[in-house]
Design a binder for this molecule. Sequence first.
Ligand code: ATP
Length: 455
Amino acid sequence: MANDLMERIISLCKRRGFVYPSSEIYGGFANIYDFGPLGSLLAKNIRDVWIKKMVQERNDMYLIDGSILMHPKAWEASGHTVAFTDPLIQCPSCKKRFRADKLEGWNLEKDNQTGKWNVLNQGSLICPDCNGNLIPDVKEFNLLMTTNVGSIEGEKTKVYLKGESCQNIYLDFLPIRDTMGAKIPFGVAQIGKAFRNEITLGKFLFKVREFEQMDIEYFCSPKEAKKLYEEWKNIRFNWYIDTIGLSKDRLCWRQHSSEERIFYARDAWDIEYKFFDEFEELEGIHDRSDYDLKQQGKFSGKTLDYFDPVGKKRFTPNIIECSGGLQRTFLAILAEGYREEKVNNEKRVFLKIKPNLSPYKVAVFPLVANKDNLIEKAKDVFNLLKPEFMTIWDSIGNIGKRYRRQDEIGTPWCITVDYQTLEDNTVTIRDRDTMKQQRIKIEELIGWIKEQLNV
Ligand code: ATP
């Protein structure tokens, strides 16, 4: 059922305009996807609730929106140009490429200074795809994507697309410190694109080559780092439950082993979610010491530090990093919310997702599509709600079919304008999850919906 569920979600995403393969008219491209009309709304709602909780409702956070292209030295300083590698094995028969660390029985360790992988234990040499024999020749494969900047041929500079979105935050530490009067501890939040030449793909949105990360870099004194790290672990774990609506028993923590952890990190945990059949990473939360600012300082020649006005001391801030993926959160919401049930012997598919994440909050229907007075009244209701909420109009087919169409895209409430509306200005409002209807006065609709949405 687990893989089957993924297939059903992929099909729903395509059918209802959530996600399209990029450049599909050319047969798709490189495991890259577009958010369609419905997916864009869901993605926007995820970004909005992240910003609301992580920035708006706090006093210690700044939001930035950094560029994708940055000075190439920043990626040398961060170590990505040499060490952002995965261990690659290519099957000599079918030419498929695999990550050796993901093959059965293999255990490898990366040298984070050089990006080289040492094989600690050689596992299966059977190609998972064609059953041919693999040659145990592990190559380092750098995930960074490159492009060129400049208009004169021969004078172009090779630059990198962001391998992780957060790098601008380290580079903007100084201007934020100086222009915003930021007092430590404070954090900088950013939602931005990241690009990786991943070796193994598949699993739909879970592993793609272009994606968005929702990152927080929290700057603090070394003394406070341990305590704040635990605080941020809680904040982020609970965000997935309270704000995103994932169930607690499908979430878990996984600590990085000392071999897996990057050498300067003091501690690293992943929040994992049981998307389909196994728990997999949703977000990484790392106690990164003062390494990032020190490295960028060393390469740029600037001093990225902070003067503590109370203790009268200068120090390089420590960083607590929370790095989550938009596409994985999107997929988790669909995996959690996808429901099928039988109603009157017919299959009903519905997305039980939090109403404030739903692409449309409300749908408006005239009971029938061939009565001008009903249509006119329904249009009035539609126009009343549209400036307040994402509202969708549907007058095609019978009401039952229209309910099903909205259920499938997660619209929490459907409003029907019927003959009684013309007499007493009330409409029916039907709940996606219970399918129960109630009558409500048109003038009370906006307040009622806002109350349900808690806005
Ligand atoms: P994994 O090992 O699962 O590929 P990672 O450890 O490389 O992930 P990080 O570098 O910690 O990932 O990135 C932070 C977050 O960015 C991840 O938790 C995930 O949500 C998201 N992410 C990373 N790589 C991808 C990808 N290729 N496609 C979609 N999301 C990604």
